[in-house]
Design a protein around this ligand. Structure first.
Ligand code: ADP
Length: 412
């Protein structure tokens, strides 16, 4: 809606001024002249009936109604403007609008911070200004800006010219921070590359072994080759099983909530790891909590998390050593600690071992039959249950993994 200065003046007390004008004019200039003047004003206020045809009382009443309507229109326009401004401030985007001569007529909160060049945003501000200047009438521009930070950020700036069909009304710029989007894209790309790599190696081995087997006449050698094929196939199926597990756990961000006795979860995990422990000659020492200690969550996920911690402890232990697991209540949380006295983890890798496919020593990881996905599963299970997993380790001395879950998780 177009609001003129006259509208605003009239809305904010115009009627009073006009009534004064009427009182001043009437004795000297005559009623006719007055009606004419009122007619002009009413027309400017948007009245469609000519006032000259009415008597003075009617004209004044009509004029009053017209000024009321104008005042209402101004109030409405003001609140619409405020609403629009607030809505643009609420956006996670920076928005700048310039008029046809390039002067800024609006910038929302984010844009104001960005354009003031705080937080090292000067480069972004400069790019926005350049694009606003160069966007042609009826056209648009787009640019991606890398800010090296810290923190490192990627922004996109899009500009679009605004017109009313015949002439330019200015240009709008929308600036979006796409850093998180970029990061997720990188993670996804890495993941696909890692999965392909993890499967390619054993698949290649399978192909070679099968080819050699085809030409083998010696039964004993053929048997050994078949065993190797079996081993490689098992490795592939483990990677696939872990991937399926991980994707199920990632998708179930709010798993079923049922009371699960912690001692049962621990016992199930121990059962699953027992034969590997026997093979490695590792003793399992378990200090179970009382059966009353209940977790709230998904039994399958919880068992899988604790099993992965135990399996790692066994896998990365020396022969004839001990792995201990304790489960207990600590304040408002249930805490499971899995401790080994094995290889340990170098300090520089501690941050990264929970990433998918990260192994401290890739060669060692593969030779122990690991998929590199176990700790990613543990971390997701903990997050799904509003809990956490931490590690304390010294290279060459062993590790303790601490899995902590709140006893009363928040209901969402
Ligand atoms: P993997 O299937 O290789 O065990 P994980 O995600 O479970 O994959 O573990 C990632 C890496 O963290 C392992 O490859 C290993 O290098 C290291 N790691 C995990 N647990 C232990 C542990 N108890 N002792 C030593 N290193 C460990």
């Amino acid at each position: 809606m177009h609001v003129t200065v006259l509208d605003i003046v009239l809305a904010g007390g115009g009627a009073v001024i006009l009534l004064g004008l009427v009182a001043w004019l009437s004795p000297r200039r005559g009623r006719r002249a007055l009606r004419q003047r009122l007619g002009v004003v009413a027309t400017r206020l948007g009245s469609d009936t000519p006032l000259e045809s009415r008597n003075l009382e009617e004209s004044l009443a009509h004029l009053e109604r017209a000024t009321d309507a104008a005042a209402e229109a101004v109030t409405e326009t003001t609140s619409e403007t405020i609403r629009l401004r607030r809505a643009l401030d609420a956006l996670h985007l920076a928005v700048v609008i310039v008029d046809e001569s390039g002067d800024t007529v609006f910038s929302n909160h984010r844009a104001a911070a960005l354009m003031s060049g705080r937080h090292g945003d000067a480069i972004a501000a400069q790019a926005v200004e350049e694009l606003l200047e160069t966007t042609p009438l009826g056209g648009s521009e787009e640019r991606t800006i890398e800010l090296y930070g810290p923190p490192r950020r990627t922004l996109t700036v899009r500009t679009e010219s605004i017109d009313n069909g015949s002439r330019s009304l200015g240009t709008i710029a929308v600036i979006e921070d796409i850093s998180e989007h970029r990061r997720l894209e990188e993670v996804r790309r890495d993941f696909v590359a890692n999965v392909s790599h993890e499967l390619k190696t054993p698949m290649g081995a399978l192909g070679l072994l099968a080819e050699t087997l085809l030409g083998e006449t010696e039964p004993q050698v053929a048997r050994r080759l078949a065993q190797r094929i079996h081993h490689e196939a098992f490795r592939i199926s483990r990677v696939i099983d872990d991937l399926i597990d991980l994707s199920r756990i990632e998708n179930e961000s709010s798993p079923p909530r049922e009371p699960v006795p912690l001692n049962l979860v621990m016992a199930e995990a121990v059962e699953r790891v027992r034969s590997a422990a026997e093979q490695n000659d590792v003793e399992l020492v378990v200090d179970e909590p009382s059966p009353e200690l209940m977790l709230i969550g998904d039994r399958r996920q919880l068992t899988s998390a604790i099993y992965n911690l135990l399996e790692n402890a066994v896998k990365f232990s020396y022969e004839h050593s001990k792995v201990t697991m304790t489960g207990a209540r600590e304040g408002e949380a249930a805490v499971v600690r899995v401790t080994d006295t094995g290889l340990g983890i170098p300090a520089r890798d501690l941050e990264r071992i929970f990433e998918r496919f990260y192994r401290v020593d890739p060669g060692r990881g593969r030779s122990t039959g690991g998929t590199g996905l176990g700790l990613a599963i543990v971390r997701h299970v903990a997050a799904n249950h509003q809990g956490s997993v931490q590690v304390e380790s010294r290279e060459g001395e062993g590790s303790t993994f601490i899995f902590r879950l709140p006893l009363k998780p928040r209901t969402s």
